[in-house]
Design a protein around this ligand. Structure first.
Ligand code: 4AD
Ligand code: MG
Length: 479
């Protein structure tokens, strides 16, 4: 039988049966007579309490039981004397598997700042906050697969190495080959990176969309779920150089089907997390409330975390066009009083301050903006009849901003080819993409959800570096 986790032990009926507890010591306290050791194994936010009668197990045997040490405890599962949990373990044997010197172990049982824990990122899975965040991230990922499976979408694996720049954004990580033992040198003595492995320059993908389109135009409904890379030098709380994106793509879907799908999708995943991560969310909500006590009233979130998640699930997202949004912004107080850093006019790329105004001040709920000016969106979006806008859709969330970007795709061969030429994308290199519009082209749509921004919203974590196990940001790739 599988070894029971602490999560399982905590919900087992206590009948003085002998159990084995395996985990890391969170804290130790007690008196001369009795020691209380709290142990956590990552399976749950809750610790199990081990009670040691010091008349039976000597202080000497416990001398290495400090915060951070790994332990194996054999004992009896009994009803807990204290409040807060149903069971505890009366120790019969305590064995330290791996000690942690209390003088040196960085994560002591006091409250550490997130900055401090980030500096000790190799150990942060051992903390309550990061345990909760990464369990929630798991449940989010699981619910994403479950949702698409139930909606008849197939999971397709798009490549990481690619020759195309799917977003036409221009900033990508280049893939080169290098013999590390014997690096070829240029005449100047510098390392000569070879680019001929794929016979042409290749990059790390910025999006699996183009490949997802190829698959959707045969399999019907597909989605990708994988790492994507952006070589933009953005040091913000919302940007990573490596992030995970979920990109559904569906044949015969128009922009309205696409918006409905996006709204159904995020609500489904949030509902799943509310149902399956109640304890972790309660912990994260309390953490956030504590953190916000030191903030100004205006910087605090207007609703506690769980109430906010329920609110999003229960209310329809606001849908309006970019043009309508610009009109609202032009009439807004901040615009009239020159309080926006970037002044508003039709054609601008909306800045975070504009999105925040719409979502947090005006509508006070998630917003889907559609029909953006074609100049600020990617070449593949379906052109509207007005000649100025494209059938784009961005989903904006309170406190986060854009979490989803998507569109109906241009299915007309001539229009797509013309647009590619206008923006300088090689129609020769992208012949395979254009081919899908030459043969059996159909209306189709899709979008990309940034996993980390979504997990930020669900967990209330302020910095994107704190919702991915190993963040990749400019200058940060050690482990
Ligand atoms: O809006 P983006 O760039 O859209 C695409 O890549 C499309 N190909 C998607 C599609 O239609 N299939 O990115 C989509 C989402 C954003 O809304 C954001 O949530 C996230 O990806 N994202 C980032 N997340 C973290 N760090 C970054 N540097 C991000 N860039 C985009
Ligand atoms: Mg976008």
């Amino acid at each position: 039988m599988a070894k029971p986790t602490i999560k399982e032990l905590l919900t087992t009926a206590p009948q003085e049966q002998t159990v084995e507890v395996l985990g890391w010591v969170r804290n130790r306290r007690g008196s001369k007579q009795v020691a209380f050791i709290t142990v956590n194994d990552g399976s749950t936010i809750h610790n199990i309490q081990v009670v040691v009668d010091l008349n039976q197990i000597s202080e000497e045997q416990l001398k290495e039981v400090h915060t951070g040490a790994s332990v194996r405890v054999l004992g009896k599962l009994v009803p807990s004397q204290g409040s807060g949990q149903a069971v505890e373990v009366q120790a019969q044997e305590v064995e330290v598997l791996g000690p942690a010197d209390p003088e040196k172990y960085p994560l002591q049982p006091k409250k550490h700042s997130l900055e401090f824990v980030r500096e000790n990122a190799h150990l942060r899975a051992r903390t309550a906050t990061f345990g909760a965040v990464f369990r929630v991230r798991h449940h989010v990922s699981y619910a994403i697969h479950k949702f698409f499976h139930e909606e008849g979408f197939f999971y397709v694996h798009s490549p990481i190495i690619t020759a195309s720049d799917a977003e036409g954004a221009g900033a990508m990580f280049r893939v080169t080959t290098l013999d590390l033992k014997n690096p070829p040198l240029t005449q100047e003595g510098e390392v000569n990176f070879k680019e001929d492995f794929f016979e042409r320059p290749t990059n790390l993908t910025v999006s699996g969309q183009l490949e997802a389109e190829l698959m959707a135009l045969g399999l019907g409904r597909v989605y990708t779920f994988g790492p994507t890379f952006r070589a933009e030098n953005s040091n913000t709380t919302r940007h990573l150089a490596e992030f995970w994106m979920i990109e559904p793509e569906a044949a015969f879907y128009d922009i309205h089907d696409n918006m409905d799908l996006a709204e159904r999708f995020v609500k489904y995943v949030i509902r799943h997390v509310l149902e399956h991560c109640a304890d972790d969310l309660a912990f994260l909500e309390k953490r956030l409330l504590d953190e916000e006590k030191s903030k100004k009233e205006s910087e605090r979130s207007p609703m506690p975390l769980i109430e906010k998640l329920n609110f999003v699930v229960e209310n329809a997202f606001e849908r309006l066009s970019y043009t309508e949004a610009i009109e609202l912004l032009l009439q807004s107080k901040p615009q009239k009083k020159n309080q926006f850093q970037f002044p508003v006019s039709w054609g601008i790329d909306l800045q975070a301050e504009h999105e925040r105004y719409l979502v947090e001040k005006h509508f006070k709920k998630p917003v889907i903006l559609t029909d953006y000016p074609k100049e600020i969106k990617a070449f593949y979006m379906k052109q509207n009849d007005d000649g100025k806008t494209v059938r784009a859709m961005d989903v904006l969330f309170p406190g986060i901003g854009e979490i989803i970007g998507g569109s109906q795709r241009e299915e007309d061969y001539d229009k797509l080819k013309r647009r590619m030429e206008e923006v300088g994308i090689s129609t020769e290199e992208m012949w395979w993409y254009l081919d899908t519009r030459r043969f059996g082209s159909v209306p189709h749509s899709g979008f990309g959800l940034g996993l980390e921004r979504f997990v930020q919203f669900i967990t209330g974590m302020g910095n994107i570096r704190d919702v991915i196990p190993f963040p990749r940001t400019p200058g940060n790739a050690e482990f």
